[in-house]
Design a protein around this ligand. Structure first.
Ligand SMILES: [Zn+2]
Ligand SMILES: [Zn+2]
Length: 95
C-alpha cells in the first residue's frame, strides 16, 4: 500500500522556497574566488554612504555590494545602479 505524501501537498510554496535557497547556495558554492580559487565566493557585506542628491553628504543608503572570499581577504566592490541617494535618506537634509 502506498500512502500519499500529504506534507508535500500542504506546503508547495515552502518546498519551492527551499529548492530556490538550495540552488542559491549551490550557485555560491560553485563560484570560485578569483584570487585563490576557493569555492564559496559571494555576497558578504554592503557599503553605505551613497551621496545625497541634494547636499552631497554621505547617507545611510547602500552605495555598493561587497562580494568576498571565505579563505583569503580578496573582495570585489560592485556599485549599485543609482549614483545618488534621495534627500529622504540624508541625515543632514532631515535635521
Ligand atoms: Zn542631503
Ligand atoms: Zn580567496
Amino acid at each position: 500500500m502506498i500512502l500519499p505524501d500529504y506534507r508535500a501537498h500542504k506546503a508547495p510554496s515552502r518546498a519551492a522556497a527551499i529548492q530556490a535557497l538550495c540552488e542559491k547556495m549551490a550557485q555560491r558554492l560553485s563560484t570560485e574566488c578569483p584570487a585563490c580559487r576557493a569555492p564559496g565566493f559571494g555576497h558578504v557585506n554592503v557599503e553605505h554612504g551613497l551621496p545625497c542628491s541634494f547636499c552631497g553628504s554621505a547617507t545611510q543608503a547602500i552605495a555598493a555590494d561587497i562580494h568576498g572570499c571565505g579563505r583569503c581577504t580578496h573582495q570585489i566592490r560592485t556599485p549599485r545602479n543609482h549614483a545618488l541617494a534621495a534627500p529622504e535618506w540624508c541625515d543632514y537634509c532631515n535635521s
